[in-house]
Design a protein around this ligand. Structure first.
Ligand code: ADP
Ligand code: MG
Length: 496
């Protein structure tokens, strides 16, 4: 009877890291395994069989340590886990002990990998783990909705606005209070007094946002909750949303949930180009992954080609071998990127000439259908790095931004340094759709959005989205992890 869980060398390194760099304590190693188990159980998909392998350099752990198997009373969570995993994986794990241990092992190792990627990507691993621990608690204890009406009314009174809360809605990260104002003049007082209000509520740099409603004298006040009271947007939401996206959208892409918790996405084909800006750790890469997984879910390589450029080398690597990816590689160096972009300008010119000869307006014109062209999406993971390496990159980018829409070529550019140099006038005026994640200064928010506000976001995928021809909206991004990317890529390989 298998009663041990196996780890490999890399898993052991993760355990060390969590204990030394993360928790900074001398807890036993198996406590990290428990934490990893909890992490994996919160991912909606199944962990895959590649996690079964037993490799050298790892260790083995007794089930007794991990689940308290064989102990009496509350220390033994084995039956509970058996029941939970049975339901989750549709197998009778009371009858089949080997299968039970196998699922446990897969979950533990998947959780450890999640920790590993979080550690590599986030600069505040300690914070991340704390969130994990609190998140666990939040996940098992039924969430009582946060109602800070009293506190809000006191703060409003402090800035001279007597008001009354008429309703409350808890979204993924913010609580929206509908407040009735005593008279219309208080509305001006409120909108001018937002900094004071945030200060009175003790919100630090985070902002309170106010909007008008269709009800007379009622304003909607959005107040951020502490991170331990957020509801993360799960990857499954991406697939649910995609299945219901409007049929006429050609490149639907999911972003996350709005303040009230409704799904938000857009059609990249009509964007038709997108800039994503935000400081390091704000969630740009996660947002790109959501976009890529959306595109891959809906399109075969015959209909969609991707040109991936990633000067940092790591982030887009999981997609490299997909048949959708031009040249089956991620371009990391400026000279390669430059020549590929120039070739793409040629493709654009050829497509344009063909369209003209067919008398077709653009790729969607029925007269162009016979050409069977794939849409081409260019993804640049760090625009500033690329332009620093070679200023010449800008020229083909500008030409594509100006004209590529008709021929079905779209740009998605991400940057951590939204400044006039990276995002010059010509590029800027031809990339009409923008997403701002957290930035440090209001001036950076202006460069991305032509508007302030992004300096007050909550980080970790909190964003302001401005799509062509639409009002600015706030979105809390879907959280795509390492494992979700691997699953999305595997799906794209299988189904295409
Ligand atoms: N939508 C999200 N929900 C929750 N956490 C997120 C989200 N997006 C990002 N994060 C957290 O922030 C970290 C940094 O995100 P990342 O996309 O790598 O930032 P950037 O690319 O801007 O440096 C992630 O590892 C994750 O922990
Ligand atoms: Mg990144």
């Amino acid at each position: 009877m298998a009663t041990k869980i196996y780890t490999d060398r890399q898993d052991e390194q993760v355990i060390e890291t969590v204990l030394k760099k993360g928790l900074k304590t001398s807890l036993p190693k198996w406590s990290v395994l428990r934490l990893a188990l909890g992490r994996s159980l919160r991912i909606e998909t199944e962990p895959d069989e590649s996690l079964d392998h037993r490799e050298s350099g790892g260790k083995e752990y007794d089930l007794e340590q991990l689940t308290g198997d064989g102990k009496t009373g509350d220390d033994n969570i084995t039956p509970l886990l058996r029941a939970m995993l049975s339901v989750r994986h549709g197998e009778d794990l009371f009858a089949d002990n080997d299968a039970f241990v196998r699922w446990l092992q897969r979950h533990v190792r998947r959780g450890l990998r999640e920790f590993r990627s979080a550690w590599m990507e986030s600069h505040d691993f300690h914070d991340y783990l704390l969130h994990e621990l609190l998140g666990d608690v939040a996940g098992t204890v039924p969430q009582t909705p946060t109602d800070d009406s009293e506190k809000l009314l006191r703060a409003l009174a402090e800035i001279g606005i007597p008001a009354e809360v008429v309703s409350l809605q808890n979204g993924p990260r913010l609580s929206r209070y509908h407040v009735r104002l005593r008279d219309v003049n208080d509305h001006g007082l409120l909108t001018r007094g937002l900094d004071k209000l945030a200060f009175a509520l003790g919100l630090g740099d985070q902002g309170v946002f106010v909007s008008s409603t269709l009800e007379p004298r009622i304003a909607a006040v959005d107040v951020p909750r502490p991170a331990s009271h957020w509801h993360p947007v799960q990857p499954a939401a991406l697939y649910t949303w995609l299945a219901q996206a409007p049929a006429e959208w050609r490149l639907p892409a999911y972003l996350g949930e709005d303040v009230g918790g409704d799904g938000v996405g857009f059609d990249l084909a009509s964007a038709p180009h997108l800039l994503i800006g935000g400081t390091t750790g704000s969630g740009k890469s996660v947002c790109l992954h959501a976009l890529l997984l959306s595109l891959l879910e809906r399109h075969s390589p015959e209909r969609l080609q991707l040109l991936l450029i990633d000067p940092k080398r790591v982030e887009l690597a999981p997609y490299a071998k997909l048949p959708h990816v031009i040249g089956q590689q991620v371009l990391c160096d400026a000279p390669d990127a430059l020549s590929s972009l120039q070739q793409l300008v040629d493709v654009m010119n050829q497509r344009e000439a063909t369209l003209a000869s067919l008398g077709a307006r653009d790729i969607d014109d029925p007269r162009a259908a016979s050409q069977g062209w794939a849409r081409i999406v260019v993804i640049v993971e760090e625009l500033a790095d690329l332009i620093l390496q070679s200023g010449a990159i800008e020229e083909p980018l500008v030409r594509l931004a100006q004209k590529a829409r008709a021929s079905g070529i779209h740009l998605v550019l991400a940057t951590q340094r939204p400044d006039a140099q990276t995002f010059s006038g010509l590029l800027r005026s031809n990339i009409p759709s923008r997403i701002a994640l957290t930035v440090q200064k209001a001036t950076e928010s202006r460069i991305i959005l032509d508007d302030v506000g992004a300096e007050q976001l909550l980080g970790k995928g909190d964003m302001l989205v401005k799509l062509i021809g639409q009002p600015l909206i706030r979105v809390h991004g879907v959280l795509i992890g390492h494992d979700d990317i691997a699953q999305g890529v595997a799906r794209a390989k299988r189904t295409n």
